[in-house]
Design a protein. Structure first.
Length: 134
């Protein structure tokens, strides 16, 4: 029976490994650098001829969906498993990583929304002050 990594180390790995998963999933599904491929995928998921085609292209537009595939890639690269050895540990790790990564992405989404809201309010105040001075 293989030696298990201490649970405390596994938890640290869980929270740290979820960071790059969230980063990759968020970048592909939201950031400007992938806008053109994402728009192509959005078009194909709306106008695809088959259900399989629509679902395949949808996965590149949804951070939750895409995070599952990124997680599978990271599990293959790192061989990280959680609580149990073997396939059961990989399965538990996969769903735990997806969940933590999506918590991170939700926090980023909320922060970005707040920042955008503040920028809009500042611009409105600046415009209001500019019109009052005239």
């Amino acid at each position: 029976m293989p030696l298990m990594v201490p649970y405390s180390v596994q938890v640290v790995w869980l929270f740290l490994l979820a960071l790059p998963i969230a980063c990759v999933a968020w970048t592909v599904t939201h950031e400007e650098v992938f806008r053109e491929p994402r728009e192509f995928c959005e078009n194909r998921c709306k106008k695809g001829k088959t259900l399989a085609e629509r679902k395949f292209f949808y996965l590149f537009t949804c951070e939750y969906c895409f995070s599952h595939y990124v997680t599978i890639l990271f599990l293959a690269l790192t061989h990280f498993h959680l609580l149990l050895d073997g396939w059961r540990g990989y399965l538990i790790a996969g769903f735990a990583l997806v969940w933590i990564a999506n918590v991170y992405m939700s926090i980023v989404g909320l922060l970005r929304t707040d920042l955008k809201k503040e920028k809009t309010m500042v611009k409105k105040l600046e415009n209001d002050e500019g019109t009052q001075m005239e």
